[in-house]
Write a protein of this length. Structure first.
Length: 251
């Protein structure tokens, strides 16, 4: 299994997952042209992509979707409850409506139902040949039944959106601050660190902190909070950035 976050943040999110011959994109929050250029850097084209998973319908996760539909024939994998928010963009014939557990070839996928201010949102647990990636962003909290399922995995791509002090002292209007910190908002550095302390084990090799706020966080604050939570474990911790791909991670 290979993982690379191509872009992450409030201006657009895209991740590339490779499992053997299967290439999966999670979200397409950049323009189609920018995603194409990212793929070319990795010696791929859209012809090499087998599936597009969507986490939710906010623009920083679907910005390139309309052009993607016009220029490719790749199927869009979404839960049926998400479709009404995307029906104006995605013809029903281009969708694969997924259940909580599904497969693409030898790749096994389980949904993590998230809590965000949209009608329906999900994260993904992707398993291939005994290795598992957890990919969860854009949620105010993680339900405890999913926390149990998420334990002891090899790679985590997880939101570390904001520093609580920076958010509350920052420029956002009150209603927006309350949205971000609500149960339907985003995970703070502190909350993410507490989750990672419980979730990660000796089998965990990498943690990628994703979806950092440009106004309410810094890379240093996010890194330090999670580092303190997992420093006694042999885990490589890195930050997904808005304008720079992560390194290629392989397990």
């Amino acid at each position: 299994m290979k993982v690379k976050v191509l872009a992450s943040g409030s201006r657009g999110n895209v991740s590339l997952i490779t499992c053997g011959e299967i290439n999966i994109l999670i979200d397409i929050g950049l323009s189609c042209l920018k995603v194409q250029r990212h793929l070319e850097k990795n010696y791929l084209t859209f012809n090499d992509i087998n599936a597009l998973f969507i986490s939710h319908s906010h623009s920083d996760h679907i910005k390139g979707l309309e052009t993607f539909i016009k220029k490719t024939e790749i199927k869009v994998y979404i839960p049926k409850k998400m479709y009404h928010e995307l029906s104006h963009i995605v013809p029903v014939g281009r969708c694969v409506f997924i259940e909580d557990q599904f497969k693409i070839g030898q790749v096994e996928v389980e949904l993590v139902h998230t809590s965000h201010d949209t009608a329906f949102s999900v994260g993904y647990m992707i398993d291939y040949q005994g290795k598992t990636l957890v990919h969860v962003t854009d949620t105010g909290y993680i339900n405890r039944k999913y926390l149990k399922k998420m334990e002891d995995k090899n790679i985590y791509v997880i939101e570390s959106n904001h520093d609580e002090t920076m958010l509350m002292d920052g420029p956002y209007p009150r209603f927006l601050k309350e949205r971000v910190i609500s149960d339907r908002g985003h995970l703070s550095n502190k909350t993410t660190a507490s989750y990672l302390k419980k979730l990660t084990t000796a089998n965990t090799k990498y943690v990628i902190l994703a979806h950092l706020s440009e106004k309410n966080n810094t890379q240093e604050l996010a890194y330090q909070e999670s580092y303190e939570a997992i420093k006694d474990k042999n885990i490589k911790l890195c930050i997904a950035k808005q304008d720079e791909e992560t390194e290629l991670i392989e397990v």
